[in-house]
Design a protein around this ligand. Structure first.
Ligand code: AMP
Length: 120
């Protein structure tokens, strides 16, 4: 799947849409999800043009990969959920119900998040 430069997160990265920034460095931007599902719900995105975790894991440099993982931990500590616990979630593709085609991880916490997935 080709990267769509008009997706909403690309527009946030270009400053065309505002966000509530939580963290930023050379490779990563983190901001509050506009439709929070928990007291803490932050989206962490790479600045590079990667469609999904599949794309990112295959093509990102070791530096970008490391920066992304470090940012996840930084956000959790900055939001005060590191001690109580939290969940990192990345939806990928059709079955994962990924809505925005720019790779992102959700950092959710601040309440008991329940079981990982409903059983079917
Ligand atoms: P996903 O299903 O993993 O692709 O999730 C996309 C997430 O992006 C959803 O949780 C949306 O609430 C969130 N979202 C969409 N537009 C914005 C925006 N402009 N600012 C912040 N979060 C957004």
């Amino acid at each position: 799947m080709a990267y769509d430069r008009n997706n909403v997160f690309a527009r946030i990265l270009r400053g065309e849409i505002t966000c509530n920034k939580v963290y930023e460095d050379e490779h990563v931007l983190a901001f509050d999800d506009i439709s929070a599902r928990a007291p803490t719900h932050v989206l962490v995105i790479p600045k590079g043009e990667y469609v999904s975790l599949d794309d990112f894991s295959a093509k990102a440099s070791a530096t970008e990969l490391a920066a992304f993982i470090r940012a996840l931990g930084h956000v959790a500590r900055a939001r005060g959920v590191a001690d109580t616990g939290y969940r990192i979630l990345a939806n990928v593709g059709r079955d994962g119900h990924q809505e925005v085609p720019h790779f992102h991880a959700h950092v959710v916490g601040g309440r008991d998040l329940g079981a990982m997935l409903p059983r079917r």
